[in-house]
Write a protein that binds this ligand. Structure first.
Ligand SMILES: [Zn+2]
Length: 162
């Protein structure tokens, strides 16, 4: 099934789609990005082992950044964490000084399930063939000046990682 990940709150265009059958993320719009407002698209599919612990073999993290494109991350980076915190409206100490206008969009897996039962969960197949489930989180940050938002979050991520 192909699922809509997040939609721009300014122009309404869909930014990315998740193909959950092959666990692939597609950012729409080609090299120029999904729309003129998109600064970041952050998506995670997090699977668990039978004991309920996060399983690296069943975990995918992607970050699309304006000016850089789509990356699959081996682990959560300071920049991806900053994007998720800002997108979820979680205040953080020394948090990014975001004086310019921006808007966040997207949903956590829990919010997706509240919105449409089952939509926050993805069926996965573990390397040993057993069936597993993953949680699907996806967010975007958008601004009239997305390059300025990217620069502000990059500065903060570098500061927080130092
Ligand atoms: Zn837009």
């Amino acid at each position: 099934m192909v699922r809509e990940v997040v939609r721009c709150p300014y122009c309404g265009r869909v930014s990315a789609e998740l193909d959950d059958a092959r666990v692939g993320l597609r950012v729409l719009g080609g090299r120029r990005g999904p729309c003129p407002h998109a600064a970041f698209v952050s998506v995670g599919v997090t699977g668990s082992d039978p004991a309920g612990r996060p399983d690296d073999a069943l975990t995918w993290l992607w970050l699309w950044t304006r000016g850089r494109g789509l990356e699959r991350l081996p682990r959560l980076t300071p920049l991806a964490e900053a994007v998720d915190l800002v997108a979820c409206g979680i205040p953080v100490e020394g948090g990014p000084p975001l004086d310019a206008e921006y808007r966040a969009a997207g949903m956590t897996a829990d919010e997706r399930d509240d919105d449409a039962p089952g939509s926050g969960t993805v069926a996965l197949v573990a390397p040993d063939g057993r069936a597993a489930e993953g949680l699907f989180d996806g967010h975007g940050l958008y601004a009239p000046d997305p390059a300025a938002l990217v620069a502000a979050l990059r500065r903060w991520a570098a500061w927080s990682a130092a």
